[in-house]
Every structure is written in C-alpha cells, then in structure tokens.
Design a protein around this ligand. Structure first.
Ligand code: PLP
Length: 396
C-alpha cells in the first residue's frame, strides 16, 4: 500500500505525451515529436570547457547545500543586472533545475490547506507541487483574455486561505508574455492581500514580439520582500539535462530552503555548478544570441506553415518556444460535443494521421488547447507541422 500522498499526483502529462510518441515510433510509425520542453542545441563552449576543467581538477566534494559561494555571487550579479536592483549571494540558492526551486518554495511556504492561485492554462507541475506540499491550487481561467489573467478574476479567487500566486511569464504552455500593467496589478493585489508571488521566468530570454520581459520586482520594487524569483539554465542555455536552476528571494526563505535542501538532494551537481560558473564569468553572449536566432527562425518558419490553418487561430507565440493552438472551434460540432471529444482525442488523431506528437491542453487545465514545441530542428518542425495543418483543416 502506498502513501495517500501518491494519489495527489501522477507522472507529468508532458512525459506521458512523450511516451505515447515513443510507443508509436517503436511500432514502426514515423513520428515527429513536438512534445519536448527543451531546445535541441549543442553545448555552449564555455559550459563544456568549465565542466572539463572541473573534472581535470578532480572536483568531487560536496559544496554548500545551496551551491558554491562564487556561483551564488555570480548569480546575484546576473539577477542584479536583470532587475536593476542590488541582489546578494545570501538571497540566492542554486537548485537542481527550476523544478527543485519551485518545490522548495512550496515546501517552505505552504501550510496544509493553504491556497495557491495558479492561472490556467498552467504548466502541469505547478498544481502538482502545491498538492504534494499539502496546499490547494486555485485556478483562474485566462482563456477569454488572451491567456493573460484579469486582475478582477484573481481578486475574485482570493480567500482567507490564499497564500501565494504563481506568475509564469513568458508562459508555458501559452507563450504569452505578461505586460507591465498586468504585472503591476498582480503586484499591488499581492501586497493588498498579503500574498507571496512565485515568479517563474524560465523562458525570460526568449521574447519574440515587441513586449519586453519584465521582472515583477523591477515593475513594482515594493513586492521584492514577497517575491521568489525562479529561473534555470535549462531553457536559456539549452541545458535541461544538467539540472541547474536557482531561486532568489528574501534571506529567511533562502535559509529555510538551504535547510530543506540539506535534507533532500544536498548540493546540485558540482561539475554542473563549475560549468555554469565558468559560463557566467567567461561567456560572451554569442551562444545565447545564436540560440535566440535559432528560435526566431524556427518560430517564423512554423508560423508560416501554421498560417494555412483554416479552422484554428494562428497562435501569437509571443515568448518561449511553444505554439499553443486553441482547437475549441474544431470540437464545437454537436456530434463531437456530445461524444465529449477533447484535445486528447485531437492529439491521438494527429499521432495516427499526421505522425505528429503534441501535448494535449488537458495537461494544462485546458481541454481545448494543444501545445507544439518549436525547439526541434527546422526540418523536423516543417515535417511535423505540414501534415498537422492538413489534418486539422480536414477535421470532420
Ligand atoms: N518552469 C516552467 C514554466 C517550465 O516550463 C519548466 C520546464 O519545462 C520548469 C520550470 C522546470 O525547469 P527545469 O528543467 O529547470 O527544472
């Protein structure tokens, strides 16, 4: 018999979508997998050199549970540059990917029964971690407002038990970039109602429209004592497998996270820490520019294929590297409505008929959404999107 806690979560739905793609491929079907939440790229040269140097030097010891001081200082410098404020090493923890940063936050901030506002569609791990920590996710539907939460909707969802709000911009899965006015509104509301802000900016380096990425602490500096910034190198340096993330916030939260991490994973992998430190000290920004170029090209090419969609709106794809399709018009036919058809069924049809693997919006609390990653090589993207458009245009 497993613990009751295991009933609160199952394996991440994006992982399940990947598994379905793999199983179709194993049966001999040619599948283009657009489910992946990472960018196909080589390593940054500075990361490679930093890791190799550390291995040559025989680095093998534990570090501080929340990372080497030099790395935390370098990260504090990076965050200071991004926010236009002074950040210090004791306000920063290095974590095993952004996932651990978020998990730490849930574990050190939430009491049983505390509610966390999570705008929907949401990245599937946010509510799962809140539940594991004993909290209750409360969703605010953003679909009628271009996937941006309305301040009045957030306010209506706040109760006496509300403890925090998750702000994820650029957003996974929708690609939406929150404007400064929305962030200021959320910030003011958080102050008024005494909420923590969990600010996930993992996709902040990838903005494809005129709107800039705004750290909420820069828009409204008064929120800094109640804001936890979550970020990682998984997306920005295409380093997902190296598991390097970080958390920045008030010192007392970072101290609690240090104690927690000392009992869970201890320090993040030391070779990866050295590699990221070498990159932060010696990187010239070229690798990041190339990665941004790669995504800009992929997005342009993808949008040009998707512009042939006749019954599904072409996505805005403002930031990150996902196209998020709203297939509600396809599912509106009485026959499909009666059968309870959802994006899950669309995903199955796309896998069978177009040989494309996508993630259904049900994973993100949106049964009429579909997420396609364009972090894949361009030839794959075109090979996946072209038949996908044909199948969706011919949808019965
Ligand atoms: N936050 C968001 C919004 C994400 O989409 C992801 C990964 O897909 C993460 C956090 C986790 O990142 P990491 O791989 O660094 O744990």
């Amino acid at each position: 018999m497993l613990a009751q806690r295991t009933e609160l979560f199952k394996s991440s739905a994006t992982a399940a979508a990947r598994a379905a793609a793999k199983s179709a491929a194993d049966q001999g079907k040619e599948i283009v997998d657009l489910t992946v939440g990472e960018i196909c790229s080589d390593l940054a040269p500075t990361i490679r050199a930093g890791a190799i140097d550390a291995i040559r030097q025989g680095v093998n010891r534990y570090t501080d549970p929340i990372g080497m001081m030099e790395l935390r200082e370098a990260l504090a410098g990076k965050i200071s540059g991004n926010t236009g404020q002074v950040w210090r090493a004791d306000e920063v923890a290095v974590t095993t990917g952004a996932k651990q940063a978020l998990f730490n936050v849930a574990m050190v901030l939430l009491n049983p029964g505390d509610e966390v506002i999570v705008p929907a569609p949401y990245w599937t791990t946010f509510p799962a971690q809140v539940l594991i920590a004993g909290g209750t996710p409360v969703h605010v539907d953003t679909r009628a407002n271009g996937y941006v939460p309305r301040i009045e909707d957030i306010e209506a969802a706040i109760t006496d038990r509300s403890r925090a709000i998750v702000v994820n911009t650029p957003n996974n899965p929708t690609g939406t970039v929150y404007d400064a006015e929305t962030l200021a509104g959320i910030g003011k509301l958080a102050i008024k109602r005494g909420l923590w802000i969990i600010f996930d900016e993992c996709y902040g380096d990838f903005i494809h429209v005129d709107e800039a990425h705004h750290p909420i602490v820069s828009i409204l500096p008064e929120v800094r004592p109640r804001t936890l910034i979550v970020n990682a190198f998984s997306k920005s340096l295409a380093l997902a497998g190296w598991r390097m993330g970080y958390l920045a916030g008030p010192k007392n939260v970072i101290s609690a996270v240090k104690a927690l991490q000392s009992h869970t994973t201890s320090n993040p992998n030391v070779i990866a820490q050295h590699a990221v430190l070498a990159h932060l000290l010696n990187g010239d920004g070229n690798f990041e520019s190339e990665l941004r170029c790669q995504l800009t090209c992929a997005r342009q090419m993808g949008l040009s294929v998707l512009s042939a969609l006749t019954r599904v709106p072409v996505p805005k794809a403002m930031g990150g590297f996902y196209f998020y399709l709203n297939v509600s018009d396809l599912l509106r036919r009485p026959r499909l409505r009666e059968a309870g058809t959802t994006a899950d069924d669309v995903v199955k049809v796309l896998l069978m008929k177009a040989g494309v693997a996508a993630v259904s919006g049900t994973a993100f609390g949106d049964p009429v959404g579909l997420r396609l990653s364009y972090g894949v090589p361009p030839e794959k993207l075109e090979a996946g999107l072209t038949p996908l458009v044909d199948v969706l245009n011919a949808w019965e």
